[in-house]
Write a protein that binds this ligand. Structure first.
Ligand code: NDP
Length: 433
């Protein structure tokens, strides 16, 4: 604990995993030692990012890359640009990534990174100069066999383009050292859609296993970014009524449900980089906007938190349960705190942890790496079919691990156990490094 003192987010992420791995380690003490090694990142890179804004002022941000674990392959995980980002958050996400990447079965290790830079309100030129300065330090630690970052909050196609451009300039290599690239220059089809689509596939399997379905049921979705919008799109496609979307300033209620056209409008708004969700009310006559509120007080059958970590605490969990929620499926990373998770389980609410349910994004990033190394591009249909089958395998292997180790249908426990065992066994086989 002294080593990670004050890192609340990181300690909470470890606790979440230990709650289920604890009993496993009592039974199989050989796994205590790899777990102790696993919680100490293999390498943590923290660096200054100095750049010049449009008015000639020098601005300083802090850059991070935590290379958490390479037992299964090169480090892999997204970059996040957010003003609240700190080392504790990056470590918690990198730790989560270890289990997630293992579950995909794609031979990828785990990492996470980013900066406390906030691109909102910045011009394209400022974002480009920031990305170039960030990469000027980070490039030396990256490579297709070493560490392959991708996008995350506020790091989309534009930022990936600038980061890759600078990586290429500095290394003189055009290779697959970054995923989430545009499909014109090495990106995979379906990568932007993958996390949201994968989440919906996973949730449908989970519902089916419990004799229900997303079809004909109401859903609340939070966020209005990459994950939230493609989750909403696929939910609509599956026949669920999507009632809400949100951003950091409030939420929109669409009482009769969003249509595919509404979601397309919101995608365009997001791509402009200067829109906020409230502008949607000028487009839709039926929508209501609730400033400074989260959408989880709206009555629905299923909840899909797709915005940020910690958005569902005990309080929101209480309201959701009171309103009769049947399932909570995490699209974001760590959106439910441990109090909320325990409350859902106590009340027999189906709960899918992000490390399993949102693994579709990194899975298609893994498929992008394969396509890059083969100098190939697979069709949309081919990638979506592979995504579908990976999500089914993650659900099946999590369920099997839960059953094998006495956790019945507990998908959270199963995902932790299944993800951990593969990494831990590989660490043991590779020696004490
Ligand atoms: P985006 O940047 O595309 O969208 C983030 C959305 O969440 C925006 O609507 C944003 O609103 C909102 N948001 C951000 N911070 C907060 C906050 N503190 N409170 C409320 N709303 C907030 O990011 P993504 O959609 O890519 O990522 C969303 C989540 O999904 C993250 O947890 C990410 O780690 C996770 N994830 C993403 C993957 C991917 O493939 N992109 C893969 C797996 C997980 P605003 O614009 O107002 O800030």
């Amino acid at each position: 604990h002294a080593r990670n003192s004050g890192e609340h987010e990181y300690l909470e992420a470890i606790d979440e995993v230990l709650n289920t791995l604890g009993p496993l380690m009592v039974k199989y003490p050989q796994y205590i030692e790899p777990f102790e090694r696993l919680v100490e990142p293999e390498r943590q890179i923290v660096f200054r990012v100095s750049w010049v804004d449009d008015y000639g002022n020098q601005v300083v941000n802090r850059g991070y890359r935590v290379q958490m674990n390479s037992a299964l392959g090169p480090y892999k995980g997204g970059l996040r640009f957010h003003r609240d980002l700190n080392l504790s958050v990056v470590k918690s996400l990198a730790f989560e990534q270890v289990f997630k990447n293992s579950l995909t079965n794609l031979m990828i290790g785990a990492g996470k990174g980013g900066s406390d830079f906030d691109p909102n309100g910045r011009s394209d030129g400022e974002v480009m100069r920031f990305c170039q300065s960030y990469m000027t330090e980070l490039y030396r630690y990256l490579g297709p066999e070493t560490d392959i970052p991708a996008g995350d909050i506020n790091v989309g196609g534009r930022e990936i383009g600038y980061l890759f451009g600078q990586y290429k300039r500095l290394t003189n290599h055009f290779n697959g050292a970054i995923t989430g690239k545009d499909t014109n220059w090495g990106g995979s089809n379906i990568r932007p859609e993958a996390t949201g689509y994968g989440l919906v596939y996973f949730s449908e399997y989970y519902c089916n296993h419990h004799g229900t379905s997303l079809k004909g049921h109401k859903s609340v979705v939070s966020g209005s970014g990459n994950v939230a919008l493609y989750t909403a799109e696929k939910l609509i496609n599956f026949g669920s009524t999507v009632l809400t979307l949100s951003d950091s300033n409030g939420y929109i209620l669409e009482p009769n449900g969003f249509t595919k056209k509404d979601v397309d409008f919101l995608k365009e708004l997001k791509n402009k980089h200067d829109g906020n969700l409230q502008q949607y009310t000028a487009y839709s006559k039926t929508a209501k906007y609730f400033p400074n509120e989260k959408p989880f007080s709206v009555k629905a059958d299923f909840a899909f938190p797709c915005a940020a970590q910690g958005e569902i605490t005990g309080q929101e969990a209480n309201t959701l349960v009171k309103n009769g929620v049947k399932g909570v499926f995490e699209g974001a990373n760590l959106p439910c705190n441990n109090e909320a998770i325990n409350f859902f389980k106590k009340n027999k609410v189906l709960f899918a942890p992000g490390k399993a349910a949102n693994a579709g994004g990194v899975a298609v990033s893994g498929l992008e790496m394969i396509q890059n190394s083969q100098r190939q591009q697979w069709s949309k249909e081919e990638v979506e079919e592979k995504l579908h089958s990976i999500m089914k395998d993650i659900f099946d292997s999590s369920l099997k691990a839960a059953k094998d180790f006495g956790f019945n249908d507990d998908i959270q426990a199963g995902a932790n156990i299944s993800g951990f065992l593969k990494v831990a066994n590989s660490m043991i086989q590779q020696g004490n490094v």
